[in-house]
Ligand binder design. Sequence first.
Ligand SMILES: *[C@@H]1O[C@H](CO)[C@@H](O)[C@H](O)[C@H]1NC(C)=O
Ligand SMILES: *[C@@H]1O[C@H](CO)[C@@H](O)[C@H](O)[C@H]1NC(C)=O
Ligand SMILES: *[C@@H]1O[C@H](CO)[C@@H](O)[C@H](O)[C@H]1NC(C)=O
Ligand SMILES: *[C@@H]1O[C@H](CO)[C@@H](O)[C@H](O)[C@H]1NC(C)=O
Ligand SMILES: *[C@@H]1O[C@H](CO)[C@@H](O)[C@H](O)[C@H]1NC(C)=O
Ligand SMILES: *[C@@H]1O[C@H](CO)[C@@H](O)[C@H](O)[C@H]1NC(C)=O
Ligand SMILES: *[C@@H]1O[C@H](CO)[C@@H](O)[C@H](O)[C@H]1NC(C)=O
Ligand SMILES: *[C@@H]1O[C@H](CO)[C@@H](O)[C@H](O)[C@H]1NC(C)=O
Ligand SMILES: *[C@@H]1O[C@H](CO)[C@@H](O)[C@H](O)[C@H]1NC(C)=O
Length: 570
Amino acid sequence: MAVPCVRLALLLCLMIPATVASPRSRSLRKSPAHASASRPTAFFEVDRPPRARGSSGRRCSTLLLSASFGSTFDKPPATAAYSPPSCLVKAGGRASAISLAVLEWRAACRGPQLDRIFGVWLAGAELLRGSTAAPPPNGIVWSVSKDVTRYASLLAAAGNSTFAVYLGNHVNATLTGVYHANVTLHLYLRRTPTTKPTPATAPADLIVPMSRALPLNGGLWFPIQSAADVASKSVALPSNTYRAVLELYFSSHQDDELWYKNQPGYQNGPFREVTARVDGVLAGSVCPFPVIYPGGIYPLLWRPIAPIGSFNLPTYDIELTPFLGKLLDGKAHEFAFAVTNAMDVWYIDANLHLWLDPRGTATTAGLVSYAAPPTNTTSSKSADPVDTHYHATADRLVSATGWVKSSYGNITTNATRTFALDYLLTFETLDLTILADTGVVATDGAGGVLYSAQTHGNFPLGWVYQQNSLTVTHGLEETTVAAGRWSSAPPYRSLRTTQSSLVEDEEGGGKSWGVRQTYRYNATDGCYFRNVTSSNYSVVSDHSNELCVKGAASAGVGTVTAALPAVNLP
Ligand SMILES: *[C@@H]1O[C@H](CO)[C@@H](O)[C@H](O)[C@H]1NC(C)=O
Ligand SMILES: *[C@@H]1O[C@H](CO)[C@@H](O)[C@H](O)[C@H]1NC(C)=O
Ligand SMILES: *[C@@H]1O[C@H](CO)[C@@H](O)[C@H](O)[C@H]1NC(C)=O
Ligand SMILES: *[C@@H]1O[C@H](CO)[C@@H](O)[C@H](O)[C@H]1NC(C)=O
Ligand SMILES: *[C@@H]1O[C@H](CO)[C@@H](O)[C@H](O)[C@H]1NC(C)=O
Ligand SMILES: *[C@@H]1O[C@H](CO)[C@@H](O)[C@H](O)[C@H]1NC(C)=O
Ligand SMILES: *[C@@H]1O[C@H](CO)[C@@H](O)[C@H](O)[C@H]1NC(C)=O
Ligand SMILES: *[C@@H]1O[C@H](CO)[C@@H](O)[C@H](O)[C@H]1NC(C)=O
Ligand SMILES: *[C@@H]1O[C@H](CO)[C@@H](O)[C@H](O)[C@H]1NC(C)=O
């Protein structure tokens, strides 16, 4: 649960003199007067529409759950029985019949309410995590569509499983908003289902949830309340596993909602790292993309265009294949999750994606090399007492190489993750950059590449505080190059999106605000571009297309990142 007012008061105390801070923080507690008092506003996160790969035949849609979330905090999740939709059963019921699966979350809320976190699980495996918007009194509607094709084996699993949604909401006399949500599964089926999916890169054969089991009060995620807290689950892997990927879901709340802004030496500083350990050995470490919730930093900044990743939180894949050597003995092994420097509270769970040798024979594996030096963190404070600069850095490498012998041969996998964080806080500005690189290369005995993916990520976040205005600039840039005989991913894909949001004091005490966002997805298999600008609650310009422009646009991206929004606020 995000509690924006409390967070903002803290931020303002840090950033501006108390005389300015108190009227500002007080005025934030009220939602602004609204132009059209009765019609709900449609909020949205800029994203590209999910697209079917290859030829897709039939499409069918199934309403999985319809529920209302009033006073649901720490209550059992809403649940429904799930069995594979009849169209999938008619198509043979195999996971490989699914060419695209999209989970659509559609929600509405009337009455003032805070932004709340929610999670969606099938058979204990998390499928979607998002924040709600922070509704103004006249109400909102929003929807999210997420590609959930990678969960095909769960969606096709015969028999009944439980579909669960937890959204921890509080309703009282001032915060009256009840969230209503419908969750629908759209399946696009192949006309001719493949009987032999591509090894290692088709959706996993088995997904093992690492979450808390129903029945319970609260979400299925594990709460992590401090740096010493560890959540763990013991799991025995099938002995014919030849690839394993751990997908992490997490979100930070309350004291750690805005971890990325913390001045060094205060609230554990601005560095957080989510770690996954297998039998006590560090297998992966992730420096999170700093998701801002729609009520975060300053709620008006995100109306109606939600912050990047807030309606559909990013997840992180950790390649565990190099570690299979210790995991194929049929015994249970401990998978543990923690957050370096955590404060109360992080919600974490994971899905273990496993690929199984179709011949059914036991695989064998061994670790070849492993390196995980301690995180290098630094922090310093400039001597200037008038305008103190706080600087902090952190960087980390985790790399492992291992072989797995299966009926596909003896395959060697190298998995490497690195990140570097750079933080600079001054009296009026924040400048944070996280660089995150991940690489996976699987080669056969002759050194031929079976599949490889190298991803370079850059997550800039900054703000500028001036006398009467606050500008927040937030970006996500991610480029992936993929290759190999088994690779089914586009050889090149790149996403660059930048959001610039501004809130200003008006003469006479009102507030004006505006958002400008550009979104560029450029890939071998297609492109998507959108440029949208809003002023107060209205979208004032919105252009999108699916044209691939060779080379042309990349030069402009840096300028957009650096510029203040060109929103014309009167
Ligand atoms: C959910 O579905 C019901 C039935 O179709 C509909 O009446 C309701 O408006 C929907 N709610 C949302 C939030 O879309
Ligand atoms: C699954 O659940 C449905 C509805 O609850 C029920 O009709 C059906 O018989 C169940 N199927 C199995 C295999 O348990
Ligand atoms: C409702 O809850 C909010 C947030 O917890 C609190 O600030 C507010 O005072 C509450 N209102 C009433 C009338 O209890
Ligand atoms: C730690 O990081 C700082 C800042 O990037 C760098 O100057 C220093 O050389 C690093 N130390 C090690 C041991 O890598
Ligand atoms: C697989 O290949 C690795 C590296 O080439 C080698 O060390 C290992 O012994 C091989 N495994 C088997 C079962 O042949
Ligand atoms: C694994 O990949 C990383 C990054 O590409 C590289 O630096 C490292 O040397 C590789 N390790 C092995 C054992 O090949
Ligand atoms: C935005 O809303 C404020 C009141 O909060 C108003 O004074 C201002 O004129 C509005 N701006 C636009 C462009 O409508
Ligand atoms: C985005 O739209 C705005 C407003 O129409 C325009 O000024 C700006 O140049 C556009 N940016 C790009 C990159 O197309
Ligand atoms: C888009 O991707 C292609 C490769 O698929 C590349 O040649 C081109 O330069 C890219 N364009 C931009 C704007 O990044």
